[in-house]
Write a protein that binds this ligand. Structure first.
Ligand code: COS
Length: 397
């Protein structure tokens, strides 16, 4: 029986408990559809996005009206959704996550017109969104990106290449970050909405990965982007990217938590029933040490995930530090939890088709995408220095 005690933690409201109960029931009723197997990947993802849209879950990936604060993204709901979907199916979680991340800059920085154009169809599952930031030489170091957007009259002309872009080829629109040159480095970037059918935009390569989802390289060859497709202010693209990642990094941590919870539940079922040396595997003290560590890692991750989401939902303007801590810890520990599960399953653990074998492949990329673990450490340390200097008068004098 999965652990649900965390739902009573004070980070969550009654509406979150209701959401989780409804979602659990829906997942149980649709488990066969959530894991579409080995057919055409793009078709499977389109189907999953539509399934999630029809069921109303994608409404949470765009801002929803809240009585006291107006339309906003509820990060705790996003986390519960990602955690629960990841528990069931990595691909379903991926499809849900990309709708939020891809449209996140529109939700947070888009004009009313851009919001009206894209957000309803993202929420219904009729449009697929993508987030195009990374380049071959600029994955972690965003300020080094070289895709250019040059202003000509009422348009920007976009040239360059983006890679490791999730939903490349299936997306209906991309949020693209490019250099507009207001200043060197991070202060000279801008963000744009680019429709997939824009002349000059092509998918030059598809990339196969160990836990497959649509991924590829985009090429921009003199794409004309009307200026009203700019997100926020010219030169502020780095902040658009970082503020979006502040919201969605916590949800990556939540997805990792979902994978870890699934691996843990699979493990408990296995060790309580598998006989070894004349007793259940669960009786061995080395098994108990592993199980205890898994339980601890899961609860600690959950505390960091829901602390970060609660802080953002409560109106804390920057949750950069909390989100980085949640992502770093939860993804690293989920990898450990899954690895322990594989070890306790023995030969079965590495057998294709086993749940823990799938989780072993699925968890790996979460320690890399939306800011690798090493980047999260840099972010945390910088925030610590800043806080210490601010709270310590005459520091360094
Ligand atoms: N929200 C809003 N503004 C932010 C911000 C945030 N979370 N983080 C930084 N900024 C602002 C800073 O305040 C600074 O503003 P000023 O120029 O006005 O002072 C500006 O952005 C530049 O910040 P910084 O100096 O920290 O930039 P760096 O180039 O040193 O960035 C890291 C460093 C590594 C932290 C950043 O590039 C990063 O997060 N990289 C990983 C990106 C990523 O996740 N890639 C995966 C692609 S998505 S799959």
């Amino acid at each position: 029986m999965p652990d649900t005690s965390y739902l009573d933690w004070p980070f969550l409201e009654p509406e979150h408990r209701q959401l989780k109960a409804g979602l659990d029931q829906w997942c149980a009723e649709n488990s066969n559809l959530l894991d579409p197997g080995t057919g055409n990947l793009d078709m499977a993802c389109r189907g999953l996005v539509k399934l999630l849209g029809d069921a109303g879950w994608l409404n949470y990936s765009v801002p929803r009206m809240h009585a006291d604060v107006g339309p906003t993204l509820d990060v705790r709901s996003l986390c519960l959704l990602r955690e629960t979907l990841a528990y069931q199916s990595g691909l379903a979680d991926f499809c849900f996550a990309m709708q939020g991340l891809g449209s996140g800059p529109v939700s947070l920085f888009g004009s009313q017109e851009l919001k009206r154009t894209w957000l309803p169809s993202v929420a219904s599952g009729d449009s697929i969104a993508a987030f195009a930031l990374s380049e071959k030489q600029a994955g972690s170091d965003v300020s080094a990106l070289t895709t250019r957007a040059d202003r000509v009259g009422n348009h920007y002309i976009l040239n360059g290449e983006k890679t490791w872009i999730s939903n490349a080829g299936t997306a209906d629109f991309y949020t693209v970050f490019a250099r507009t040159g207001e200043a060197p480095g991070a202060r000279g970037l801008s963000a744009f909405v680019v429709a997939a059918d824009t002349p000059g935009l092509s998918v030059s390569e598809r990339i196969d990965i160990i836990a497959p989802h649509p991924l590829g390289t985009l090429e921009f060859d003199n794409c004309r982007i009307p200026i009203d497709q700019l997100l926020g202010v010219p030169g502020q693209g780095f902040k658009v990217a970082m503020a979006t990642l502040d919201v969605f990094r916590t949800t990556v941590a939540a997805a990792a938590l979902g994978f870890a919870r699934r691996a843990y539940d699979e493990t408990l079922t296995h060790v309580l029933s598998r006989e070894l040396f004349g007793a259940p595997l669960a009786e061995l003290q080395m098994t108990q040490a592993s199980v205890a560590q898994m339980a601890l890692d899961i609860d600690t991750s959950a505390l960091l995930v829901y602390r970060s989401a609660w802080a953002k939902d409560g109106g804390q303007e920057r949750v950069t530090r909390e989100a980085a801590m949640a992502k770093l810890y939860s993804t690293e520990q989920a990898q450990q939890v899954v690895d322990r599960a594989v070890q306790l399953f023995g030969g079965l653990g590495v057998t294709s088709g086993q749940v823990v074998e799938r989780l072993y492949r699925e968890i790996r990329s979460l320690r890399i995408y939306e800011g690798a673990s090493e980047v999260q450490k840099v972010v945390i340390a910088r925030n610590e220095y800043k806080r210490f200097n601010k709270n310590t008068p005459n520091q360094g004098k």
